[in-house]
Design a protein around this ligand. Structure first.
Ligand code: GAP
Length: 535
């Protein structure tokens, strides 16, 4: 329910729209509206400034093994196809899908859920891809229809399992597919590569196939040597990148959570192998703290270490920062960011060729002819410490975050309904987006109480004074109470109002979004007061 209200607010107030909506939309693609673009920019800018531009490389930050440097890159979306062959994405970046012979629909194998049910002497598995709020209802209705029972006969259905996912079901012949009327219409699972394919140049054909990047990370690895050679940066250091990534998700869902085009904020942190475990722990905790500082605190946010079965073949440690999104069943969390200890896997893959995941220590994967399956660049991506003379392949710690997922979590966390007294003191319901001030799309709104007595002129001059410092909004239309409500929905932390008293003593009211507290400040102090409140 909260999710429905949030989705409707996002559309109504211009946070998010479905892409190409006038043509019916395109599944898995989202546009940020006027408020949304500011919110997402603030998320990205908070990340970039906290991780990169305002990082102090001269001091040792709390719990960091040593001081370190941070630098950035902005790489292309389309890269040499060999990048994806050596990184493993070409061979391994797939999800399992099942097709339905009856409905002709395709589903991600692990996203189909359902329950076993028995009636009229027959036992079937009713599958669904409905959102968690609706899945019980949907499964019951489809079971009733299958067994030709009426709603009043629902007690004839004997449910003999909780919801489980399709991979937990043995054999698909007793499965009623999510959009099917007959049993056993789902195919066995098959692999589906998630990379979007395109063609570079006018010729077309297999020779010119390229891919839209499914992650920004590889651009960093292939530029490792360029960065080391062109700057004075020394290990340990990090390279950060923010940018679009593309994945042809089989079932994009849950608003922007799983999109086909999305933005990532990734760091590849290069360190000496002997220090890498300590750096992994540092980055895991540092990234968790970042979300907490921006308002995602409490039970809805958690840091979860992967167990050994979940770890990638090359990783000695991975943790996810997770958020209990309201569209998930109670007790379930969705990934906001993964922090992975990747060892020397990536730099070695681009040097030597794609590594064989089944070897220990990792070796280049060879074909039947004894040659590498995918050749690396052959370039020397080792690092030489100019103080000690030691040469080695640095280990990598990768904090990899999604800008859209973070934005969605901040939207979910901010959404609040409460009751506030109107001008006559009567309690009215209000919807308020309690964004952290750093993330709020607008920092303040300026109103004249009424559109006369010179109040608009004074309010406009205050707006003009604030405008160079913060994103502010001027509004003189309609009752002031409604103007406050609109700003509450936009998440604006402060409203400044020019009223009758302003004309006599040059003071205005400043109203705080969350507490609704109002006090008077001097017009001349507006900029400094907001600066104080917002930093
Ligand atoms: N380089 C590592 C990497 O890409 P990932 O876990 O596949 O790791 C990192 O992706 C982050 O990117 C995720 O934690 C999530 O925030 C975001 N992300 C991944 N797929 C996404 C999708 N389909 N839609 C939105 N965000 C996505």
């Amino acid at each position: 329910m909260v999710m429905d209200k949030l989705v409707s607010l996002c559309r109504r107030r211009g946070f998010l729209f479905q892409s190409s909506e006038i043509y019916g939309g395109l599944n898995g693609f989202w546009d940020y509206g006027p408020l949304g673009v500011e919110l997402k920019r603030n998320v990205r800018e908070a990340w970039w400034s906290d991780m990169v531009s305002r990082h102090n490389s001269l001091v040792c930050l709390e719990n960091a093994p040593s001081p370190y440097e941070m630098t950035g890159l902005d790489c292309t979306i389309i890269m040499h196809p060999q990048v994806w062959k050596c990184s493993g994405h070409y061979d391994l970046f797939h999800d399992e899908m099942v097709d339905c012979a009856e409905s002709k629909r395709r589903y991600r194998y692990d996203q189909v859920r359902g329950r076993w049910v028995e009636a009229k002497g027959e036992r079937i598995f009713v599958a669904t891809i409905a959102e968690s709020d609706d899945e019980s209802k949907e499964v019951e209705q489809r079971a009733l229809k299958f067994f030709r029972l009426r709603a009043k006969d629902a007690d004839q259905l004997r449910w003999d399992s909780d919801f489980i996912t399709l991979p937990e079901v043995e054999g698909l012949d007793r499965v009623l597919g999510p959009d099917a009327r007959q049993l056993g219409t789902l195919t066995e699972p098959r692999e589906f590569n998630l990379m979007f394919k395109t063609y570079v140049g006018a010729l077309g054909g297999e020779e010119s196939v390229a891919f839209l990047r499914p992650e920004t990370a590889q651009g960093i690895f292939v530029n490792f040597k360029n960065v080391v050679d062109s700057t004075r940066v020394r290990v340990p250091f990090g390279i950060a990148q923010v940018g679009k990534s593309f994945r042809n998700e089989i079932t994009p869902r849950n608003f922007t959570f799983r999109s086909r085009e999305f933005e990532q904020m990734e760091i590849e942190f290069f360190c000496h192998p002997k220090d890498s475990n300590r750096w992994y722990q540092y980055w895991r905790d540092r990234r968790m703290q970042w979300y907490t500082d921006l308002g995602l605190a409490g039970e809805r946010l958690r840091l979860r270490e992967h167990d050994s079965q979940e770890l990638s073949h090359y990783s000695t440690g991975t943790a996810d920062v997770e958020y209990a999104f309201p569209f998930l069943p109670p007790g379930e969390f969705g990934e906001l960011e993964g922090i992975a200890h990747r060892g020397d896997f990536d730099l070695r893959s681009h040097m030597e060729g794609k590594l064989d995941p089944n070897t220990r220590p990792l070796e280049v994967e060879k074909g039947p002819d004894g040659q590498p399956v995918w050749r690396g660049s052959g370039k020397d991506l080792t690092y030489r410490d100019d103080l000690t003379g030691e040469r080695y392949v640095p280990h990598v710690i990768e904090p990899s975050a999604g800008a859209d997922r973070a934005t969605l979590a901040f939207l979910c966390e901010a959404y609040t309904e409460d009751e506030v007294p109107d001008e006559k003191g009567k309690l009215q319901k209000r919807t308020v987006m309690r964004f952290h001030p750093r993330l709020a799309p607008l920092k303040a709104a300026v109103f004249p109480l009424v559109k006369k007595d010179g109040m608009p002129e004074i309010a406009k001059s205050i707006y003009t004074a604030l405008n160079p410092h913060f994103p502010v909004f001027y509004d003189e239309k309609g009752a002031v109470g409604r103007r406050y409500r609109r700003q509450d929905e936009a998440g604006t932390p402060y409203c400044l109002t020019v009223d009758g008293q302003t004309l006599t003593d040059n003071t205005i009211t400043i109203r705080e979004r969350d507490s609704l507290a109002q006090r008077r400040i001097k017009i001349d102090d507006c900029v400094s007061e907001l600066q104080r409140l917002l930093t």
